[in-house]
Design a protein around this ligand. Structure first.
Ligand code: CA
Length: 737
């Protein structure tokens, strides 16, 4: 009865926390401080009925998107247009993270359950901010290198007294909600030689836990798995792309899908189609919608040289919740060529469309079109663009297919394309206001210049590299390609939009100078909350977009705010800390301003606000961005160029294009003498692996490492010279002349 005893302890302690007045210290949580026996109740006892009736308890945030519909629109009204100017900090918790925090907390009966970076789980008293328990899955530092987009986690599911988390290294873990004690772990990864991860929040429904994986950039095959919530036993698994066609197919749907893949050895590289974010349970039809990711590699001419749609890449797939059998699919980007995942959050709603009430699914995937589908059969009802889209002119509503812009085909020549791989919208949550008929949407214009792999162009052969990203586009020389085509680069911008998915019109638009901003919360109090790259959490009037309140958190934000209420007091909470998929873009070039994370540092905090809150947040010291002087080595231009190519291929995705970091991962231009001294040991021996900086001795020789090192020294030196006014412009690249 060890588990039961643990629950008793925590119930007692939580009760103590609540009964104590301000300033009293609650007793510490220990294993053996057993008191009276009380029924197992109260802590994390969320079930299907409660989530289905979430509107009857608007003070709680019971599931990832608050309800099964995942509209992320809070019915609470205590914080509203009239008093939001008195909103202040109730409490703040330092989460001990300097990486991106992306989680949506679950709040139930006074306890907040959430994750931080490295898949660490916290249970926190939602009124006082006191920690109830924490669980560290002790993800090995080596895993950092296996994650395309930072060591992030988007949250937990809380279900029937348990907390479920997916760890970055691919474990699905069940914890006791009262104590944080471990109950069971299952390994969700089918092949540990491939770089599978988990960053998404599990979803719980119908006695099952649903979870997918990340890893398409490195070359994996995507799937989603349902596990029994009690035992962790696998109930079903659905693969999103066909495997080796010489082997039996897992189901008839995949056999049919294989006919849309033509000529390539996609199963060698992986195929892609990871389900790394959105999984939504539909109680109306007892089905689960999964958002399927991009192709692996990105470039279709390598992946499937004979053409074809490559099902079920970039698709929304409806699966029977009990069997995992496919009900229907809709492919947003047939023959994906741009990393256009359809994994972005999906919301469900009942909406009148053309005079008929429909049960609809809403999604704004990376490709820039906002889809409205009928949930019963996947019928396409609307597909309006919501940001600048150049890869396609429109979606043909007769065929349901996008009409591609042939001028932006990049097989022969690099082309700037909008959206880029960060998408016109990424995983940052949107909020659906059904009554107003709009979606509050964090959108962006963030282009990439797509260029084919130079190795493939030279040899016609593309070889999968097991330790590296396998994109099919050119990463090694991308800095040079950027420089060569900088004049044609489209404008970068971020937006918060009140977007009508049926008409495609913007009710209002707020422009952000930086493109990479946070998720969104709308409330019945007439407010829309969003954190941004410059470190401000802002409340906008939901009817007009007018700024009604803003608060400087001094840290860039990606996570969505949520709202909850306890004892009649409404709260707004948000996690701070940027990173994620934008590590590669690095330090922005003017006119895009520096994000707060580069100005002040990337402080992972949990901030909770209430009306009249008066806790002060101390302004951090502004980071000294003086680039230290470098001792340049004596190396040929050709060897520095080789270093540049290797840096581009293996380092830039975290440390930033042309060795300029955006402030989250170490900016190598700022390395001091001691780091220069240890450079080879850091890169080849992994002495900083606990930070996520794994050894790269499988990809780099000692000579290569020295070339990379000299390239960084030169980049550092020339940016310093520009900053000191000794030079007009940095050279940036050694490859072009
Ligand atoms: Ca991707």
């Amino acid at each position: 009865m060890r588990i039961f005893a643990g629950i008793v302890v925590a119930v007692v302690i939580v009760a103590l926390i609540y009964s104590f007045g301000p300033g009293d210290e609650p007793a510490p949580v220990t294993d053996d401080a057993v008191s009276v026996e009380v029924p197992v109740s109260g802590i994390g006892m969320i079930d299907d009925a409660r989530i289905n009736n979430a509107d009857s308890e608007p003070g709680n945030w019971l599931a990832y998107g608050r309800t099964y519909e995942e509209q992320r629109f809070s019915p609470l009204t205590s914080i509203n247009r009239e008093n939001v100017n008195q909103l202040g900090l109730a409490w703040v918790k330092d989460m001990g993270s300097s990486r991106a925090q992306e989680a949506t907390p679950i709040v139930v009966d006074g306890i907040m359950f959430l994750t931080s970076s490295w898949s660490r789980v916290f249970a926190i008293d939602a009124v006082s901010g006191e920690e109830v328990w924490r669980y560290d899955p002790e993800v090995p530092g080596e895993t950092g290198r296996r994650a395309c987009c930072d060591v992030v986690n988007r949250g937990v599911a809380v279900y029937k007294g348990r907390v479920y988390v997916g760890s970055l290294d691919g474990r699905l873990i069940a914890l006791d909600a009262a104590t944080g004690k471990h109950i069971w772990t299952v390994d969700t990864i089918i092949d540990h030689d491939r770089f599978y991860t988990i960053t998404g929040a599990p979803r719980a429904a119908n006695g099952k836990i649903f979870i997918g994986n990340g890893g398409a950039e490195f070359g994996v095959r995507g799937y989603v798995t349902a596990y029994d919530a009690d035992t962790g036993e696998q109930v079903w698994r659905f693969y999103t792309v066909p495997g080796d066609p010489s082997l039996p197919f897992e189901n008839p749907e995949l056999e049919a899908a294989a006919k849309t893949w033509k000529g390539g050895d996609w199963w060698e590289i992986g195929g892609g189609g990871t389900v790394w974010n959105s999984i939504v349970y539909d109680p109306d039809f007892d089905q689960v919608f999964i958002g399927v990711g991009n192709g692996s590699p990105w470039t279709r001419v390598i992946r499937s040289p004979g053409g074809g749609d490559n099902l079920f890449l970039s698709s929304i797939v409806a699966l029977d919740a009990n069997t995992g059998k496919m009900n229907w699919y809709y492919q947003t980007t047939p023959g994906d060529n741009w990393d256009y995942t359809a994994v972005q959050d999906m919301a469900l709603a009942d909406m009148e469309v053309d005079g008929v009430m429909r049960k609809v699914l809403l999604q704004a995937p990376k490709n820039g079109f906002f889809y409205v589908l009928d949930r019963s059969d996947g019928e396409l009802l609307r597909a309006h663009p919501f940001a600048t889209v150049t890869w396609a002119t429109h979606v043909d509503m007769e065929t349901g297919r996008p009409v591609e812009n042939p001028e932006l085909d990049y097989v022969d020549k690099p082309k700037w394309v909008l959206p880029g791989p960060l998408g016109a919208h990424n995983w940052q949550a949107m909020s659906v206001d059904v009554e107003a008929g709009v979606v509050y949407l964090p959108a962006q214009d963030n282009p990439l210049i797509f260029a084919m792999s130079e190795e493939w162009k030279k040899t016609g052969v593309y070889k999968r590299n097991p330790g590296s990203m396998n994109l099919g586009i050119e990463l090694g020389a991308l800095g040079q390609i950027f420089v060569d085509n900088a004049a044609e680069q489209p404008t970068q911008k971020g937006y918060l939009k009140a977007f009508d998915p049926l008409t495609g019109e913007d009710k209002w638009v707020v422009e952000h100078p930086h493109y990479w901003n946070g998720g969104v919360l709308g409330t019945e109090g007439g407010l829309v909350f969003q954190g941004d790259a410059l470190g401000y959490l802002t409340a906008y009037d939901k009817d007009t977009g007018e700024v009604l309140w803003k608060f400087n958190t001094y840290t860039s934000m990606l996570a969505p705010p949520i709202s909850f209420a306890i004892d009649g007091v409404q709260y707004i909470s948000i996690l701070t800390g940027s990173g994620g998929g934008d590590l590669f873009a690095g330090e922005p070039v003017a006119p895009v301003p520096l994000p707060a994370s580069a100005t002040y540092g990337n402080y992972g905090k949990l901030l909770v606000f209430k009306i009249g809150g008066n806790v002060e947040l101390t302004a951090p010291t502004v980071v000294d961005r003086t680039i230290p002087e470098q001792t340049l080595g004596d190396m040929s231009k050709e060897d520095i160029g080789r270093g540049e190519r290797l840096f581009g291929a293996h380092c830039s995705v975290c440390h930033g294009l042309v060795a300029r970091s955006g402030g989250v991962i170490k900016d190598l231009r700022f390395m001091g003498p001691e780091k220069h001294e240890l450079f080879n040991q850091i890169v080849l021996e992994g002495i900083l692996v606990s930070n996520g900086m794994s050894a790269f001795d499988d990809l780099l020789s000692t000579e290569d490492t020295e070339r990379v090192h000299e390239y960084i020294r030169h980049r550092s030196h020339e940016d310093r010279e520009v900053a000191l006014g000794n030079s007009d412009a940095a050279r940036l690249t050694w490859l072009g002349d």
